[in-house]
Design a protein around this ligand. Structure first.
Ligand SMILES: Nc1nc2c(c(=O)[nH]1)N[C@H]1C(S)=C(S)[C@@H](COP(=O)(O)O)O[C@H]1N2
Ligand SMILES: [Mo]
Length: 201
């Protein structure tokens, strides 16, 4: 009886938290760093962000131009395929919708590309409609280089490997094509709620 009532009392606090944890994931309070290679360093003077590929005209922003675009502050949970999840991470950045304004394309897929050569593929649909950002601040501070600064793609509804660090642009594609981890067997889409970790999941 005592046990039952204690367990019951514990629930209101624990249940919403667990409901936010996708299958197979555990919570972390720190912010792990996962990089496939060394942290690249591009000076902000040389940095650009491009939208290219299957578009009428390539679009390109300098760092200063990007920072002048309307930005958003958002708080989201993030989920890494190596099974850690972090709740309520707060970011600031430019919505991909803002960057795609006026872009004419028939493409359905995107390859995000980065300094250092990392790539990751996503359906264009998953980057539009308020679901993705080019983030340049975390927790109210400029994004640390180890976490992808000066700017990273943030697509929190997919596994975090899709949130490309040091992102330099989006290449629009008519056909889906695997990026870096996808070539090594990670899932082409990567929905954490469906546990799409590896191809075949
Ligand atoms: N350019 C680049 N982006 C990347 C990676 C990488 O190795 N290089 N790793 C991915 C993976 S597997 C994860 S889990 C997250 C980790 O981001 P973090 O180091 O900020 O936690 O970045 C993703 N984006
Ligand atoms: Mo990851």
């Amino acid at each position: 009886m005592g046990f039952v009532s204690r367990a019951f009392k514990g629930r209101p606090r624990d249940e919403p938290r667990d409901a936010r944890l996708p299958p197979g994931q555990y919570l972390v309070r720190d912010f792990p760093v996962l990089s496939a290679g060394p942290t690249p360093r591009t000076s902000l003077a040389e940095w650009t962000f491009s939208i290219e590929g299957e578009v009428d005209e390539t679009k390109r922003w300098s760092w200063e131009e990007l920072r002048k675009l309307p930005s958003e502050t958002l708080t989201r949970d993030i989920h890494c395929v190596t099974k850690w999840s972090k709740l309520d991470t707060t970011w600031e950045g430019v919505s991909v919708d803002t960057l795609l304004e006026g872009v004419e394309t028939a493409a359905d897929y995107v390859m995000a590309f980065c300094d250092g050569g990392y790539t990751t593929n996503l359906p264009l649909e998953d980057l539009t409609g308020g679901k993705a950002w080019i983030a340049y601040a975390y927790d109210g501070q400029p994004l640390e280089s180890q976490h992808g600064g000066p700017a990273r793609l943030l697509v929190p509804h997919l596994y975090f490997w899709k949130s490309a660090k040091w992102v330099r642009g989006l290449r629009l594609m008519n056909e889906d094509s695997p990026g870096f981890w996808e070539t090594y067997g990670y899932h082409m889409y990567g929905d954490p709620w469906l546990e799409q970790r590896y191809s075949g999941d």
